[in-house]
Every structure is written in C-alpha cells, then in structure tokens.
Write a protein that binds this ligand. Structure first.
Ligand code: AMP
Length: 409
C-alpha cells in the first residue's frame, strides 16, 4: 500500500525525536511566557487566501466540503492564530501565542520539503517594538541551539531592500518582481534567474542590482538615509547586546506575501543545504485583511522535519525499561508485578515466554536496565529477584519495595 506523493509516516525513531522537540518547545513557551493553542486544521478557503501570496495559494490543499463550502487545510499556523486573535476583540494586548502542529502544502516534494510537515510557531500581537523582535529572535535561537545546533539568524527588512532598490535603479517599477528574483537566489543559479526575469521584460541591469543587494551585508545600510532602516538598526543593536547569533542578509525576502517589514531566516552553520530551519518577521497586511489593520504582529516558525534532518546522525537516547520474566507457574503473579511497576510510572515490559532463560535473553536484546524475576518460591514470600543487566548486581526485594528500589538504582 502506498501513500500519496510527498507524504510519509513518522516512524518511531523520528517520532520520538519529534516529541522531544515538542516538549522542549512547550518548556520554552512557558519560560518566555507564551500561551499555547492550536488553530483549526481546516479553514474557509477565503481565509487561507488572505494575503498568502500567489506561491502559497497554489500550494493549498483545497476542496469543497459536503455542504458545498470551499475549504482548505492550513498551510501554516500564522493565518489561523491571526484569524483567531483578530476575531477576539476582548483579548488583552499585547498577547503572545504559540502552537506546535502539522500542516499541508502542495509543494514540489524534494529533500527537506514535504507535503505534510510539522512546525513550531510563536506570534506576538500588539507590540511591534525592537524588544519584541529581539524576544522572538532569542526564542528562535534558543529553540535551535537547544537541539544542539549552531545557527545564524539572517535578518533583513523588506522596506529597506525596496528603498535600496529604488535608490539604485532610480524608480519604483518592477520592485515586487525584483524581490521575487532575490528570493530565488540560492534555489536557482544567477543565470537561471536572469533568464527568467529578462523574459518577463525586466532589464538585466535591474536584476543585477537586485542580486548584488542580495549578497550585500550590513554595510549596504549606509547607502540610504531613510526612516525605513531605523527598526532594522534597532533590532540589530538589541540582538547584539543580547549576544544573539543575528547577522544582516538583505537577500532574505521570504516567499509569503504577508510580511511587511522585518524578515528573518535561521540556518544551521554546518548544514545549510537543508534550507531554513526557521523563519519569521513582522506583518500587518494579514491583520488588515482580517479587519484589524491597527493590530500589528510579528512571529517566527520553524520546520520540525528539517530539524530532524539536521539531527539525523544523532542517536536517540533509549528509554530504559524494566523487563519482567517468569516461569510457567508464576505468569499471573508476574503480570500483577508488571501492573504495579507501570502504576509507579516505571517503563516496563514482560517476556513473551514462560522460560526464564528465554525471558532474560529477550531483556538483554531489548537493552533493558533490569530484569525482575518472578520465581515460584520467592513470590510465595512476597518477594522478587532483581538483576541489573549491566552490573549483574542481584537483590531479593519485597514486591511493595520494588519500585522504590528501581528508582534509586
Ligand atoms: P514558512 O511557513 O514558509 O515561513 O516556513 C517556516 C519553516 O517551516 C521553514 O523555515 C522550514 O523549516 C519549514 N518548512 C516550510 N515548508 C516546508 C516543507 N514543505 N517541508 C518541510 N518543512 C518546511
């Protein structure tokens, strides 16, 4: 039986890592005072189409439901959380919300790009200050560093890039197209981009300027003297004072149309080829589309699957289990001991054989921490024999003391 193209199962090994990442995210959300929620999986198509931009609209899994409504599966968490916040005028502002869930994009499947994948996501509404940006940049770097990765967060501001483009080419024309061309650098060669955009009637020298800006760093900010660069400069300053791994890269544009000012992406130093591990920025166009133009917002989201790829060569820490083994006579008692262990929150398993030797072999094979031997004579006295698999240490312990014994050994 095969799956639809671009979909796959999370097998136990990657699912375990996914759950570790989720629990770290939940922990960090508490530390940063971010409330967690999950927006609806399914949205009205018109909600998803609000300012997602042409690329994302092409990628929506959409259909007509049995009541004839045009609906679509969420392609990110930002749209749903923003719809929720915009529709709840009673919420106190500023508000910080987060979510960890899966989403669907009818993307072209390739390395690090799937049609069903998980993201962590945080959003801030009602406080678009440099400090607020620094807070989400700090969260993003912590989230990735806690996974053991060295990362750089590359930051830009769309308004600054637009002003630079206008300054360099001398007019306003073709700006959206040139931003798109910049977004393609890294995914396509310079030549491919020049060909694609000259075919659209754009002068090659404009494309050259755009690609040059893409590759320029912080020093390009000195070229312009507009108000648009104030926020970016303050965010950089704040990030430097907090020692966050943030650098300027004016080539960061981001595909989603709803970003309006700051945009950023995080990359692993070691494995840049995986693509962005997280991305985010500021947006008020989306809140505007949901009839709350005054509600400014910013947020960050990270792909869990890419994090899993970045961590793929690290072994998962095996949960240490306790194995209950028994003889033909003591199976019933052994199952009671197993229930007792599980009742005391001790991960445990029981042998599928009533031969002691075979049971111990299974315990060894599973890498168990200890075996609990339920033997006919000992259990009559209310005792079991414990064998620590590594040190071979053995002890005879009353059943009621068993879980305490295991917790200290
Ligand atoms: P975006 O919502 O496009 O800003 O993406 C945020 C993060 O989600 C990216 O930095 C990636 O880590 C991840 N991501 C986006 N698209 C995909 C995809 N098709 N498959 C896996 N991860 C993705």
């Amino acid at each position: 039986m095969s799956l639809p193209r671009g979909l796959r199962d999370y097998e136990p090994d990657s699912y375990e890592k996914l759950e570790l990442i989720r629990s770290n995210f939940v922990k960090l959300a508490k530390i940063y005072n971010i409330k967690l929620m999950e927006p609806s999986t399914l949205e009205l198509l018109e909600t998803l189409q609000a300012k997602g931009g042409e690329d994302i609209v092409k990628e929506i899994y959409e259909f007509t439901d049995k009541g004839g409504r045009r609906v679509g599966l969420r392609f990110d968490l930002t749209v749903g959380i923003t719809r929720y916040v915009c529709s709840r005028r009673d919420l106190p502002l500023p508000i910080k919300l987060g979510s960890f869930a899966s989403m669907w994009r009818y993307d072209e499947p390739q390395f690090g790009r799937y049609r069903w994948f998980y993201q962590w996501d945080i959003e801030v509404y009602g406080d678009k200050s440099p400090e607020s940006y620094a807070e989400i940049l700090s969260f993003t770097s912590r989230m990735l560093r806690d996974s053991g990765l060295d990362v750089k967060i590359e930051i830009s501001d769309r308004r600054v890039v637009e002003d630079l483009l206008k300054y360099r080419i001398g007019h306003n024309e073709y700006i959206p197209e040139l931003l798109r061309a910049m977004d393609k650098l890294g995914k396509k060669t310079k030549e491919q981009i020049v060909n694609e955009y000259t075919e659209k009637g754009i002068d090659e020298k404009y494309i050259d300027e755009a690609l040059q800006i893409s590759q320029g760093g912080e020093r390009l900010l000195d070229e312009i003297h507009t108000q648009s660069k104030e926020l970016l400069e303050k965010v950089i300053d704040e990030s430097k004072s907090l020692k966050l791994p943030v650098i300027v890269n004016l080539g960061i544009v981001r595909g989603l149309d709803y970003y309006s000012d700051i945009v950023f992406e995080a990359y692993s130093d070691e494995k840049r080829e995986i693509g962005a591990l997280a991305g985010g920025g500021g947006y008020d166009i989306l809140t505007g589309a949901f009839k709350r133009p005054e509600l400014n917002a910013l947020g960050a989201a990270g792909g869990i699957d890419r994090l899993l790829l970045a961590l793929s060569n690290r072994p998962t820490k095996k949960e240490e289990i306790v194995y209950v083994v028994y003889t033909g006579e003591t199976k019933k008692e052994a199952l009671k001991v197993l229930e007792l262990l599980r009742g005391a929150d001790i991960s445990s398993e029981y042998s599928r054989s009533d031969k002691l030797g075979e049971g111990l072999r299974q315990a060894e094979k599973e890498g168990a921490k200890a075996s609990v031997l339920v033997l006919p004579r000992e259990i009559k006295d209310g005792k079991v024999k414990i064998k620590l698999m590594k040190s071979r240490l053995e002890d005879l312990v009353p059943v009621e003391k068993l879980s305490d014994w295991l917790k200290v050994h």
